[in-house]
Design a protein around this ligand. Structure first.
Ligand code: CA
Length: 573
C-alpha cells in the first residue's frame, strides 16, 4: 500500500516536472485564459483576453497582489512582456537577464544572468522584450546575438546557439516566436549596416532549419542547402549597397495558422542617407510574409520605399477578421496605419494615425505607394552647389522615433477597434557622407527630435480599422513607450513613462483606474486567471530609446527615475 502510494506520488511529481508546452497549446494560446504562452498573447499578437472578471464596473477595486524587484545595479529600460505557465511567471530584464517567479506569491524561483562580453552594440538601450515557451524550455535572445534555452523548472541552460557576430553590430532584443514547431527569430542592428533576416530553428535543440535574409540579393538556406536568393539582386539597390542593407527584423514576428504565414517587419535600409542607395531598397521598411514550411517570402508590402527618415517598418502585423476576410493591420513608425489582406498582402486601407505627417500626403490605395513630398526629404550632401559635407536640413514629422515604435498595440474582436500607443513629435534631419565600417554606426545623418505640441507627446488612440476614424484618445505628457492590453471586460490597459499603469473603458476611453509603479512603464501588460481570480501584470522600469536618442524630448523627461520590477494586481475581496 505504502509502495503504491509512493509510486502514485512519484508519477504525479513526474507529471508536474514534465509539464510541456506543445504546438497545440501554442495554437490555442489566445483563448487559453489560464496561461500566457506567447509574446502578443497568442501568435496573432492581438493582445486581447476574453476574461471578464475584472471589468469596467469593478476595476476601481484592482490592488497589488505582489511586486518583485529585478535587483542589482543593472536597471535601464525594462520592455519585457512576462509569460505565465504552470504556476510560474517567466520575465526577461535588462542586460539579458531572465527570472522565474512563483505566480501566486511573487517569490523568485530562479534567475539566469547571461554573461555579456565587452563591446556589445545595442542601439537603443540594453532591453529585452520577452521569451518563448516550448516543451520544458524557456528561450530568449541576448544582447550579444545568442539564443539561450533554459529548463523552466531549474533555470539550467539546455542549449545555447550563436546567431550572429555582435562585433559587427548584431544583437537580439525581441521575443522569439513559435510557429509550426519552429522557433522563429529576427536580428537587431539596423544602425550598423547588418543584414536583416529571419531564422527558423528546432526549438528543442537550437539547430538551424532555414534562414531567410530580407534584403534583396542575399541567399536563403534550408537544411544546409541553398534555398533561393531574396528578390532580384540589384533590382532596387545600386552597386554593392545591398550587402550592408540593414532591414533589421528587430521586433520579431507574428504568425497566423489560417494563412500558414509568419509576418516580420523590417527596419530602415542602411545607411540613413537615402541618396547613396537610390531605389526602393526592398525589403527594408516593409512587412514580409514568410511561408513557415518553405522559408520563402510569399508577399511583401513596403511602407516607406527608399526610406530617408529611419522609419523602421518593424511594427507588429496583427491579423484579424474584417468583412469576413482574414486581414492584418500595422501602425507603422512612418505615421500611417495599414490594413492588408493577410494572404496576399494587397493593401485594403491606409490612414494617418498621427497629425502633421510631412514626408507623404497619403497612401495611394490603388498602387499601395506613398504620395511623397519630395521637398521634405533631407537633401543630398553631394548635390550641386553644396559643400559635399552636409545636405540641406529639413523638418520631418514623425521624428525618427516614430508615430509608433516598439510598443505593441492591441485589437479587441469585441469592439472591433485597435488601441494604438502613438507619439507626436518631429525632427530636424540632414544627411552627411558615410562609408561602411564593420561595427561602426552606419547613418550618414544628423538629427534632433523635437516636441510638436505643449500638452502631449504620447496619446493612446482607439481606431476603427475600416473607416480610419479615431473613436477616442487619452493624451500623455511623455512619449508612450509601453504596449497595450485589451479584455473582454471592455478594458484597455497601458503604462506611461510617468510610472502609471492605467485602465480605460474600451468603448469611451474614460480612464477608470491608475496605479503608480515607482518607475516608468515601457512594457506591455498581460492578464490571466487561476480559475478564481483574474490577474494583471506589468513590468516597470524607465529607459529604452527615448532617453538615449530623444534630443529635446529627452531633456523634457530627464527627471524620470529608472527601476526594474514586475507588478501583479487582482481585485480586492
Ligand atoms: Ca532604425
Amino acid at each position: 500500500m505504502k509502495q503504491k502510494l509512493l509510486s502514485v506520488l512519484m508519477l504525479a511529481a513526474a507529471a508536474h516536472v514534465s509539464a510541456q508546452v506543445t504546438d497545440a497549446m501554442i495554437a490555442g494560446s489566445a483563448a487559453d485564459t489560464h496561461s500566457v504562452l506567447t509574446w502578443g498573447m497568442g501568435t496573432q499578437g492581438q493582445r486581447f483576453s476574453p476574461l471578464t472578471t475584472i471589468n469596467t464596473k469593478n476595476i476601481s477595486k484592482l490592488v497589488p497582489a505582489w511586486s518583485m524587484s529585478f535587483g542589482g545595479e543593472k536597471q535601464r529600460g525594462q520592455e519585457s512582456q512576462p509569460l505565465v505557465y504552470n504556476g510560474k511567471m517567466f520575465v526577461t530584464a535588462s542586460y539579458s537577464r531572465i527570472f522565474a517567479i512563483d505566480v501566486k506569491t511573487g517569490q523568485k524561483l530562479w534567475k539566469y544572468e547571461h554573461r555579456l562580453p565587452e563591446g556589445i552594440m545595442p542601439c537603443c538601450d540594453v532591453v529585452n522584450r520577452g521569451a518563448a515557451l516550448y516543451d520544458n524550455l524557456v528561450i530568449f535572445g541576448t544582447l550579444d546575438a545568442q539564443l539561450v534555452a533554459l529548463d523552466q523548472n531549474t533555470g539550467k541552460v539546455v542549449w545555447k546557439e550563436k546567431v550572429e557576430d555582435y562585433s559587427a553590430g548584431y544583437s537580439m532584443s525581441a521575443a522569439p516566436l513559435i510557429a509550426e514547431g519552429l522557433l522563429l527569430t529576427g536580428v537587431s542592428g539596423g544602425e550598423f549596416g547588418v543584414v536583416g533576416r529571419v531564422d527558423a530553428r528546432d526549438p528543442k535543440t537550437g539547430k538551424l532549419v532555414w534562414t531567410r535574409p530580407v534584403v534583396e540579393g542575399h541567399m536563403g538556406y534550408k537544411d544546409g542547402k541553398e534555398n533561393g536568393i531574396t528578390g532580384t539582386t540589384n533590382a532596387t539597390w545600386p552597386g554593392e549597397t545591398w550587402k550592408t542593407g540593414g532591414a533589421a527584423t528587430w521586433l520579431g514576428g507574428t504568425y497566423d495558422a489560417k494563412t500558414g504565414l509568419a509576418y516580420f517587419g523590417t527596419g530602415n535600409p542602411g545607411p540613413w542617407n537615402s541618396h547613396v542607395r537610390k531605389g526602393d531598397n526592398l525589403y527594408s521598411a516593409s512587412t514580409v510574409a514568410i511561408d513557415v514550411k518553405t522559408g520563402k517570402i510569399v508577399w511583401h508590402y513596403q511602407g516607406t520605399p527608399n526610406d530617408a527618415w529611419d522609419f523602421d517598418g518593424v511594427n507588429e502585423f496583427i491579423t484579424f477578421d474584417m468583412d469576413g476576410k482574414r486581414v492584418g493591420a500595422k501602425a507603422d513608425r512612418n505615421g500611417f496605419f495599414y490594413v492588408n489582406d493577410a494572404t496576399t498582402g494587397k493593401l485594403i486601407n491606409a490612414f494617418p494615425f498621427v497629425h502633421g505627417i510631412t514626408w507623404a500626403t497619403g497612401i495611394d490605395l490603388t498602387t499601395g505607394r506613398p504620395n511623397f513630398v519630395d521637398a521634405n526629404r533631407p537633401g543630398d550632401p553631394a548635390a550641386a552647389g553644396g559643400d559635399g559635407k552636409k545636405g540641406a536640413s529639413v523638418f520631418a514629422a514623425p521624428g525618427f522615433l516614430g508615430g509608433k515604435n516598439q510598443m505593441p498595440m492591441a485589437y479587441s474582436p469585441k469592439t472591433q477597434m485597435f488601441y494604438v500607443p502613438t507619439n507626436e513629435w518631429g525632427m530636424d534631419i540632414w544627411n552627411e557622407p558615410i562609408s561602411y565600417k564593420k561595427g561602426g554606426a552606419y547613418l550618414g545623418a544628423g538629427f534632433t527630435i523635437r516636441p510638436l505640441y505643449d500638452d502631449h507627446i504620447g496619446s493612446l488612440r482607439a481606431y476603427d480599422p475600416k473607416t480610419g476614424k479615431m473613436a477616442w484618445e487619452v493624451k500623455n505628457n511623455a512619449p508612450l513607450w509601453g504596449g497595450v492590453l485589451t479584455t473582454g471586460g471592455d478594458l484597455v490597459f497601458w503604462g506611461t513613462p510617468e510610472g502609471y499603469l492605467k485602465a480605460a473603458d474600451a468603448k469611451t476611453g474614460k480612464v477608470l483606474w491608475q496605479f503608480q509603479t515607482g518607475s516608468g512603464v515601457v512594457a506591455p501588460p498581460i492578464t490571466w486567471s487561476d480559475g478564481t481570480d483574474q490577474y494583471v501584470s506589468v513590468v516597470s522600469g524607465w529607459g529604452g530609446a527615448v532617453p538615449l536618442w530623444g534630443g529635446e524630448v529627452a531633456k523634457k523627461v530627464n527627471m524620470l527615475e529608472q527601476g526594474g520590477s514586475v507588478w501583479t494586481f487582482k481585485l480586492a475581496k
